[in-house]
Write a protein that binds this ligand. Structure first.
Ligand SMILES: C[S@@+](CC[C@H](N)C(=O)[O-])C[C@H]1O[C@@H](n2cnc3c(N)ncnc32)[C@H](O)[C@@H]1O
Length: 302
């Protein structure tokens, strides 16, 4: 007998949510629990998908012109018109506004002398387009690792975006008054769920001997990753597993509250506070007249 699996299609930030819940379907019955997560693995930069058409356009952010691709959700996931489908597609093909807030905040932290990417090991969690990680590459990071739930997102979008930006940057360097330095960053790509992907990422040091080697990430970046309450504990555990100790920092851009799905920066920070290992400070607040306030937070080990 054919089983008819219903999937919950979420509109995270629907401008006019009819029910206030943000769900598009299931007026009468509850959605089924999400399917088991896809396996974790490293996607090689040569594994670009030939199946999806990729077009590129410039965006100005953080004082740089970056290049972002466009691919169709229909082509990659056979999904028309949806922000995400929990457990199947987690929204990585769309460029969310938090990525712009994050890059703007990183740029201003750099200008204020509070942050440098030079020689740093950087991890972007829930990268999607990967523009914050690409910004770190262009600002001299030694290594940038990109993680997304969906390998397809890395293959169809993140890797082509990284390649496009590095190529344009190299061309740009030939021009006078280049605004960024040469890019010799190690870039790697990892797909999988936050509950499991630590197996592949660079672990934090657990001993003094380890600390002498280069362990963990100096800077962890993430934008629009804290919308779903059920994933927050694993996300926080992952951060603690792979942040460089004692000086690693996390920059998180998120909405204060994601109406209808319950997550948000404040929900994540309450978990951080309860745990007591890390401290947080507000770096930027973006209010554009909508009730959905956006924030950028910085976290570090106490
Ligand atoms: C709303 S998208 C944001 C994408 C991108 N950071 C941006 O701002 O444009 C959420 C991202 O979080 C990641 N994500 C969500 N839940 C996840 C999970 N349980 N495990 C791993 N990654 C997850 C997905 O990879 C997805 O790209």
């Amino acid at each position: 007998m054919e089983s008819k699996q219903k999937e919950a299609i979420f509109r995270l930030f629907d401008e006019k949510p009819s029910s206030g819940l943000g769900f598009l379907d299931f007026p009468d019955d509850k959605p089924l629990p999400p399917p088991p997560p896809p396996p974790c693995y490293e996607v090689l930069s040569s594994e670009v998908s030939p199946n999806a058409q990729y077009t590129v356009e410039p965006v100005n952010v953080g004082g740089l012109t970056l290049f972002k691709g466009r691919v169709s959700t229909e082509e990659v996931f056979s999904l028309a018109n949806s922000d995400l489908v929990p457990g199947k597609y987690e929204g990585g093909l769309k460029l969310w506004e938090g990525s712009f807030d994050l890059i703007a905040a990183l740029s201003s932290e750099m200008q204020d002398g509070k942050l440098s990417f030079t020689g740093k090991r950087v991890l972007e969690l829930g990268c999607g387009h990967g523009l914050p990680g690409i910004f770190a590459c262009l600002k001299g990071a030694a290594a940038v690792h990109f993680q997304d739930f969906n390998a397809e997102v890395l293959q169809c979008l993140t890797i082509p975006n990284v390649t496009a930006n590095i190529e344009k940057n190299t061309e740009h360097l030939a021009a006078p008054h280049a605004e960024v330095g040469p890019t010799k960053t190690e870039t790697r790509f990892f797909s999988g769920d936050w509950g499991e992907v630590h197996q592949l990422l660079s672990p934090a040091s657990t001993s003094e001997e380890d600390e002498a080697k280069c362990c963990g990430y100096d800077v962890i970046l993430m934008a629009e990753t804290v919308y779903s309450i059920s994933t927050l504990p694993n996300l926080y555990k992952l951060i603690k597993k792979c942040i460089s100790i004692p000086n690693g920092v996390v920059y998180m851009a998120a909405k204060k509250h994601y109406f209808g799905v319950g997550g948000g920066s404040r929900r994540f920070l309450s978990l951080v506070e309860k745990d007591g290992t890390m401290a947080s400070s507000l770096v930027a607040e973006v209010t554009d007249g909508s009730s959905n306030v956006r924030e950028v937070w910085k976290l570090h080990i106490k």
